[in-house]
Design a protein around this ligand. Structure first.
Ligand SMILES: CC(C)(COP(=O)(O)OP(=O)(O)OC[C@H]1O[C@@H](n2cnc3c(N)ncnc32)[C@H](O)[C@@H]1OP(=O)(O)O)[C@@H](O)C(=O)NCCC(=O)NCCS
Length: 242
C-alpha cells in the first residue's frame, strides 16, 4: 500500500492528494478500506526486472438501478461501496482510478490496466464496467463545458481526449456526464499554496490542472472545486477476457 500511495503522489495533481473528495470530516476518504473490503479489485503493475510499481488500478462493485448513472459519479461509487449502505447486490464493477507512473506513460500500461479491469468484471460475473472518467486533456480547456468537450472528435473519428479514446478503443462508450463527480474543498490559503496563485478575488478562478474553475469564497475563507467527469460504459455481456 505504501508503494501505491507514493505512486499516487506522483500521478495526481497535489489538490487531489491533499483535499480528496468525500472528506466531509476534514479527512480524506479512508483509502485503506478498499484494501480491506475489496482486495480482489485492486491491482498493481510491476517492473519485471526491478519489481518497482509502475501503475495501479482500483475498482469496486456497485449496484446500478436500471442503468441510471448518478451526477455525483466518483463520490457516489465510493460512498455506495464503502459506506454503511454498501450495495448488497452489486450488479456492476465501477472503476475508481487507473494510474501510470509519469515516466512510464505511453508504454502500453494504461491499455493493460483497462483490460485488467474489464477482465476482473467478467471474472466476477458482472456484465458492465462503469468508469466516472476524468478526461485527461480537459484541463487544457477549463472553460469548455464537459458536455461539449465529450463530443469533440479528431479527423477520422477518434475521440479528441486521449483517455476517452483509449476507453473507446477498449470497447467503452460515452454515457452521461457527471458534473459533481468529486468535490474538493479547502481553505483559500491551502489552494493558494497548491496552485501558486494569489487568490485575492471572489468567484471563479482558472487554476492549472483543474477541469473547471475553482470557486473562491473569501468571506468563508474557503475555495471549492467540483470536478466534472463523464461516465464511460463498458458493456461486457458476451465479451471474452483479452
Ligand atoms: C490516464 C493515464 C493512466 C493514461 O496513461 P498513458 O500511459 O498516458 O496512456 P497511453 O500511453 O495509452 O496514452 C493514451 C493516449 O494519450 C496520448 N498521450 C499520453 N500523454 C500525452 C500527453 N502528455 N500529451 C498528449 N498526448 C498524450 C498517447 O500518445 C496516447 O495517444 P493515442 O491514443 O493516439 O495512442 C495516465 O495519464 C495517468 O496516470 N494520469 C493521471 C491519473 C489519471 O488521470 N487517471 C485517470 C483517471 S479517470
Amino acid at each position: 500500500m505504501g508503494a501505491i500511495t507514493a505512486l499516487e503522489r506522483k500521478c495526481w495533481p497535489v489538490f487531489m492528494n491533499e483535499a480528496p473528495s468525500c472528506h466531509e470530516a476534514g479527512e480524506g476518504p479512508d483509502w485503506s478500506l478498499i484494501y480491506e473490503r475489496y482486495p480482489e479489485f485492486v491491482f498493481g503493475m510491476l517492473d519485471p526486472d526491478s519489481d518497482d510499481l509502475l501503475g495501479a488500478g482500483h475498482c469496486v462493485p456497485v449496484f446500478v438501478k436500471g442503468g441510471e448513472l448518478p451526477d455525483t459519479g466518483w463520490d457516489w461509487a465510493w460512498r455506495q461501496s464503502m459506506g454503511p449502505e454498501t450495495a448488497e447486490r452489486p450488479n456492476a464493477l465501477c472503476a475508481l482510478a487507473i494510474i501510470v507512473d509519469p515516466e512510464k506513460r505511453s508504454s502500453g500500461l494504461a491499455p493493460l490496466a483497462l483490460a485488467t479491469m474489464r477482465a476482473l468484471a467478467i471474472e466476477h460475473g458482472f456484465a458492465t464496467l462503469y468508469a466516472p472518467l476524468r478526461p485527461t486533456h480537459l484541463d487544457r480547456h477549463p472553460t469548455v463545458d464537459i458536455a461539449d468537450y465529450v463530443t469533440w472528435r479528431l479527423e477520422g473519428g477518434d475521440h479528441f481526449d486521449p483517455w476517452i479514446r483509449l476507453h473507446e478503443r477498449a470497447g467503452g462508450r460515452i454515457g452521461t456526464v457527471c458534473r459533481r463527480s468529486m468535490t474538493m474543498s479547502a481553505s483559500v490559503d491551502k489552494w493558494s499554496e497548491w496552485s501558486g496563485l494569489p487568490l485575492t478575488h471572489d468567484g471563479e478562478i482558472i487554476v492549472p490542472h483543474l477541469l473547471t474553475p475553482l470557486n473562491v469564497d473569501l468571506a468563508a475563507g474557503l475555495a471549492t472545486y467540483i470536478e466534472p467527469n463523464v461516465w464511460i460504459i463498458h458493456d461486457l455481456a458476451g465479451a471474452a477476457i483479452e
